[in-house]
Design a protein around this ligand. Sequence first.
Ligand SMILES: [Zn+2]
Length: 44
Amino acid sequence: MLYNPVEFFKTVPQKECAECGQMIEEQAESYLMECDHCLAKREE
Ligand SMILES: [Zn+2]
């Protein structure tokens, strides 16, 4: 079964913030389930 890793990543759905539902842009902290905004609030 052949597949192109690039195509695979293209088909990965964008993640949504588990807190507010906002789309999370790909970033270094992509393993996080929440957007920067909600994470910032958690820092308090
Ligand atoms: Zn959020």
